[in-house]
Design a protein around this ligand. Structure first.
Ligand SMILES: NC(=O)c1ccc[n+]([C@@H]2O[C@H](COP(=O)([O-])OP(=O)(O)OC[C@H]3O[C@@H](n4cnc5c(N)ncnc54)[C@H](OP(=O)(O)O)[C@@H]3O)[C@@H](O)[C@H]2O)c1
Length: 334
């Protein structure tokens, strides 16, 4: 095992139970983990905050082992496990996706570690990884969009949303984006949603049908769930697809088979869209990371960082994300 100087304890955020943001407790006495043979220990410099962390905190999804939330971070390898068979070395700048990110150090499986290209600015890799891979998989693998498709994307000014809008626009897709405020709609538009709708106001279905001249959209990418399930079936075109890839407002209501059959609509659910079901090997993780960071290096994908909070401000970061006050990526720094 190759090592650099490693302290015994570190700062981090523990979820002391499930509940509201206040259950997140910043501590300075958390033991630094020791990497297993197939892991590397990373000193995190930028930590990604994702909506999935809120699902874990509230108990909607399971609490991770060790009660440390956070699925991604960017930092430096400080120690490699004894079974490291890859070209990963102490000192490498990497980005990773696993669990236990709200901490100064995280032990992560070497299969989910990617070396950050030198042209990527500090913080951008952590800001891009999970949401960028989600956006790429949604449009290339889960429902591959085609040039000329009408697409409705909910929460278009969110972390995943802004990246997905840019990627789809570049593919010649006609993007209709929704969001809750005028400022968010403006940013969604700047990022590729040519048509925008405030979905907190009445008339979403009518507006989509007017924009598409009655046709409806070939696909709805819905990360909202409950609040939009009824609208989705109304705006999807005959033979179209509803992709359920999140539940920010709660689980979507089931749609009756008769209504789906009447329009010949396909619904893709959480099992089809869960990121980890598509990144279940090192080769797949590498392949999609290479595509993601290639686009960023070439200037074809712009990552908007909403704000960077201190790790000790995790409560505020969660309050802002859940309170719909963010546009783009939320980061934390130890
Ligand atoms: N399938 C997967 O593996 C996968 C991977 C990553 C993310 N996701 C999902 O993709 C979605 C976006 O994730 P993200 O991290 O990029 O978050 P985000 O979009 O930056 O933030 C969530 C957004 O959802 C909107 N929203 C609508 N109703 C809401 C409500 N009742 N409460 C809170 N927010 C509400 C808000 O935008 P407005 O103010 O504009 O309404 C809010 O900004 C989440 O649902 C997440 O679970 C899925």
């Amino acid at each position: 095992m190759a090592t650099a100087s490693i302290p015994k304890t570190m700062q981090g955020v523990l979820a002391e139970s499930t509940g509201g943001p206040e259950v997140l407790k910043w501590r300075t006495d958390i033991p630094v983990p020791t990497p297993e043979a197939d892991e590397v220990l990373v000193k995190n410099e930028f930590i990604g905050v994702n909506y999935v962390d809120i699902y874990s905190r509230t108990g909607f999804l399971g609490m991770p082992r060790g009660r440390i939330l956070g699925r991604e971070a960017e930092g430096t390898i400080i120690c490699t496990g004894s079974g490291n068979h890859r070209d990963l070395e102490v000192g490498n700048r990497v980005v990773w996706m696993a669990i236990g990110g709200y901490a100064e150090y995280t032990s992560v499986p070497e299969t989910m570690v990617y070396k950050v290209p030198s042209a990527i600015q500090p913080g951008v890799a952590a800001a891009a990884l999970l949401q960028g891979l989600t956006a790429l998989l949604l449009i290339h693998e889960i429902y591959p969009v085609r040039n000329g498709d009408w697409v409705l994307i909910h929460a278009a000014a969110g972390g995943v949303g802004l990246l997905q809008c840019q990627l789809m626009k570049a593919l010649g897709v006609k993007v209709i984006g929704t969001a809750s405020t005028a400022e968010k709609l403006k940013i969604a538009k700047e990022n590729g949603a040519e048509w925008v709708i405030n979905y907190t106001e009445p008339g979403l279905v009518e507006k989509v049908l007017e924009i598409t001249k009655g046709e409806g959209v070939q696909v709805v990418y819905d990360s909202i769930g409950k609040d939009q399930s009824e609208n989705n079936i109304e705006v999807v075109a005959k033979g179209g697809t509803i992709v359920n890839n999140g539940a920010s407002s709660g689980m979507g209501a089931p749609i009756s088979p008769a209504r789906l059959a009447a329009k010949n609509v396909k619904v893709m659910g959480p099992g089809d869209t869960a990121l980890m079901n598509h990144l279940n090997s090192r080769q797949k993780f590498e392949k999609w990371c290479t595509m993601l960071f290639g686009l960023i290096v070439k200037g074809k994908l712009n990552v908007r960082i909403h704000d960077t909070y201190a790790l000790s401000e995790a409560v505020r970061a969660h309050t802002d994300l859940q309170g719909r006050r963010t546009m783009g990526k939320v980061l934390m720094m130890p």
